[in-house]
Write a protein that binds this ligand. Structure first.
Ligand SMILES: [Zn+2]
Length: 306
């Protein structure tokens, strides 16, 4: 099975603390790496957790509150200093273009590599942002004080594998292999038919990961992230601060858990913790588990299999 993992680089919210970093997550699928959000210090977290920055070609920024992108210019400058030449694709709100270019212009920095900004406003909800032969990344709407999007990483349904003993014995041609993978039966010399299911092994079920950045509780989210293996949903506050969550358009851990339950997710990761919490952070997990038992606190440096 191909590698499909997510590493938390930061799970704190906007006010800095010495115990959490602002938002940043690294998704690894097969031999590709994707960064989601890039709060201040994200590149330092990447260095700390031994993430190779040169393998990074695609970055997704959920919204333009500083704790989700203030680390981007630093990371981009480092890639420039490392003489990167291949393009860096950044999927982000359109105004990020002006922000980055203003910083580059005033510091008289001409990047060695193309900075390709793909404005999220250009995509309809559910549209594909990125795709390769194994998986794709789509976006979905969330609800916050400024425009914000969530991201869904979903593997494609792969064709079945062909039984090795069969290949060795009957040596099918490339054309026949393609036909078998598409569901065809196989006729052996002499005319006997072998059914497709006798010579194929179904591919593993496609896995998925959803990232729900800053958002108020939103009915539609469960629909967009239906059945994901791993759901990250912000949980800035506990139940006692539900009113504050509603005012600031953030979520409580219990609201995140309701999304987990409604969506049929297998596992929920909580994060984007308010700076108010320190050792008493367990309350978020407790309140979430009352609704959705498979709820867990995320932690910097932890890698989760998807
Ligand atoms: Zn925000």
């Amino acid at each position: 099975m191909q590698k499909f993992q997510m590493t938390v680089l930061g799970c704190g919210s906007a006010v800095p603390t010495s115990w959490h970093s602002p938002s940043g997550q690294l998704v690894q699928h097969h031999n590709r790496q994707f960064l989601i959000d890039c709060g201040e210090g994200t590149q330092m977290q990447m260095i700390r957790y031994k993430v190779k920055q040169t393998n990074l070609n695609h970055i997704f920024i959920s919204h333009l509150h500083g704790d989700h992108y203030f680390g981007l210019i630093g990371l981009m400058n480092t890639l420039h200093l490392m003489h990167r030449e291949k393009p860096l694709h950044v999927f982000a709100p359109k105004d990020l273009y002006e922000i980055i270019h203003t910083q580059l212009r005033l510091s008289e920095t001409t990047l060695h590599y193309p900075f390709e900004l793909h404005p999220l406003e250009d995509y309809k909800k559910g549209a594909t942002l990125y795709e390769n032969e194994y998986m794709k990344v789509t976006l979905f709407p969330l609800k916050h004080s400024i425009a914000v999007w969530g991201f869904l990483f979903r593997e494609k349904t792969m064709p079945p594998n062909i039984d090795k003993a069969f290949v060795k014995r009957y040596r099918p041609t490339i054309k026949q292999i393609h036909e078998i993978k598409s569901g065809a039966d196989f006729t052996i010399p002499g005319g006997k038919l072998i059914k497709n299911e006798q010579i194929t092994i179904p591919a593993p079920l496609p896995r998925s990961f959803a990232y729900c950045s800053d958002t108020a509780w939103l009915e539609s989210t469960a629909h967009f992230v239906k059945g994901v293996n791993l759901l990250y949903h912000e949980s800035t506050f506990d139940n006692s601060r539900e009113e504050l969550a509603n005012i600031t358009l953030h979520s409580t851990a219990a609201q995140a858990a309701r999304v987990g339950l409604k969506s049929g997710a297998k596992k929920l990761l909580l994060g984007h913790y308010s700076a108010r919490f320190k050792k008493d952070i367990e309350i978020l997990q407790q309140e979430a588990r009352e609704i959705f038992p498979e709820s867990y606190l995320s932690n910097e440096g932890e890698t989760y299999d998807i």
